[in-house]
Write a protein that binds this ligand. Structure first.
Ligand code: PAF
Length: 289
């Protein structure tokens, strides 16, 4: 186990799956509740809010930092995905994280590795349509991480709405004994949902990107004013974004907790958007109705 010693309260950094699992078991044997925050690093306040939630509810907090190659398609940004473990560890130290699990690709996918989890229908539309191999990669790595860090609770952000459904489905279907906690999206002052990929945005695109949240807010407002037809709400969002140069991948209104599209907002409904802003693909969602 490698321990960074610049600050007394720095988290312990573990690269070996066997070691981190032993550590979790030791804590649990003495009655501690262990919380786990899976991340791909390049941490921002969204990730750190998950660490805060785990810190508030658990005795021991573990964060994994692993840029998972299997959830990126060959043409996507795996190679250039931002990586800075030292900075991540400093931020985690400030939030009181106890352990950082930072495995290598070989540790997670040794030679001969072949298994992949197909989660089923919840993984098919929206992100699954745009990125057909993405959720198999996510579900597989999350299960592997939870086998190596068999925590009592795992924390995810609402920003990745469909990912939370995929993980919840996988955890229920495969009887993984863990509580899933979904925490609210953390936003910049101008409303842009925090994402590691925001770092790719040029100044102009960063400015443009604020239109995503503004269009979601407008949708919510239209619902408050009485508009219930989702075709009309989607049309208004497209109209809102039409002058911005943003290329929409999809806009959808689904019954909350599902990926089932609805024709009218009759109950808890989530508005989803994915769009290309310059070279960067961003997603966001809010609950409407
Ligand atoms: O949301 C993410 O950062 C990733 O998809 C996750 C859950 C850490 C799996 O690699």
């Amino acid at each position: 186990m490698q321990r960074m010693s610049r600050r007394a309260d720095f988290p312990t950094i573990v690269q070996s799956g066997t070691e981190i699992r032993q550590q979790v078991r030791l804590f649990q044997q003495r009655g501690d509740r262990v919380g786990m925050v899976p991340t791909m690093g390049s941490l921002h306040d969204g990730h750190l809010s998950l660490v805060d939630a785990a810190r508030a509810e658990c005795d021991v907090v573990m964060t994994s930092v692993f840029v998972n190659p299997t959830q990126f398609a060959p043409h996507e940004d795996y190679q250039r995905y931002p990586r800075d473990l030292e900075r991540d560890v400093e931020l985690l130290a400030e939030r009181g994280c106890d352990y950082v699990f930072a495995p290598s690709v070989d540790e997670m996918y040794p030679s001969g590795y072949e298994t992949s989890i197909d989660v089923g229908s919840v993984a098919k539309p929206f992100e699954g349509e745009q990125r057909p191999t993405h959720f198999a990669g996510v579900a597989t790595v999350v299960l592997k991480l939870l086998n190596l860090v068999p925590a009592d609770a795992v924390y995810f952000g609402q920003k990745d709405y469909q990912q939370t459904l995929v993980v919840e489905r996988m955890i229920a279907d495969l009887n993984v004994p863990i509580d899933v906690v979904v925490c609210p999206t953390v936003r910049e002052a101008d409303g842009l949902a925090m994402s590691s990929r925001n770092a790719y945005l040029s100044d102009a695109d960063r400015h443009r990107a604020t239109a995503l949240y503004a269009s979601l807010q407008q949708t919510k407002q239209l619902v408050t004013q009485g508009e219930r037809r989702t075709a009309e709400l989607r049309r208004a969002m497209r109209q809102h974004l039409s002058q911005t140069g943003i290329e929409i991948d999809y806009i959808a209104m689904v019954a909350a907790g599902t990926v089932d599209e609805v024709d009218t907002v009759d109950g808890p409904t989530v508005a989803l958007i994915a769009a290309q802003v310059g070279q960067t693909r961003l997603i966001d969602n809010i609950q409407i109705g």
